[in-house]
Design a protein. Sequence first.
Length: 276
Amino acid sequence: MKILYQGSEGAYSQLAALEAYPKATTLSCKTFEDCFQKCSNDQNLSTIIPVENSIAGRVADIQYLMNKYKLQIYAEHFHKVSHNLLALPGIKLNQIKSVRSHSQAISQCQKIINENNLEPIIAADTAGSAKYISKNLKKDEAAIASKLAAEIYSLNILINNVEDDKKNVTRFLLMGKKAEHPEYKNEKYITSCIFKVKDKPAALYKCLGGFATNNISLSKLESFSEHSSFEQYLFLCDIVGHIEDPKVQKSLEELGFHTVSLDILGVYQASPFRNI
């Protein structure tokens, strides 16, 4: 199994992939779009993508890529994120003037940044920040990244677990080109879809009516605008249930009456992390 992830070696996406699939081969990509694009061209590839974090919220732009490429979701994985403050060997905390990392990591570690009056520097990814400091011998700069990144790039850990909230969890989705739905059994499932509402009054209210009537829960409903427009919105929706469940089918039929478009992005087992 080959899984693409965004970032340099040692990224949290790589850690999540290996945690969920220990025997997988992980391959690095520069950007999230690279991951989506390569998977859309090769059905033998999968990609693991972070979509939301318990502290910092949704990961920017992922919903647009999900809508653009329409990859199928195979599974979800919740990964406990433990951030670490990394620096060159021999460097002390009082020598550090700035800290480099991904925007999500920076936002999740505000306490340590503010307490030490560090200047945040936004970078493309966490592990790439560690790589940059190691390669460029930045003595007055630290990185927020994983323990694996510290090992790979020969950096010291100044402080362990610098995240503001120790219950820091990121939800990842494993996606690919093939449409693979698990057999409907007496288990917990999530059905994900993207829909565009009709441009009519109370359109969203009408879209959701079928779920209420059929007693179907939604674990996520997230809006995002179409590119270059603030007049038409799409919704990313996670439905608690399998698409073959008659109640889910009836809910989707009702949803279809009130939408311009409706795309099923996948049916997959709910993670044990969920309490549903």
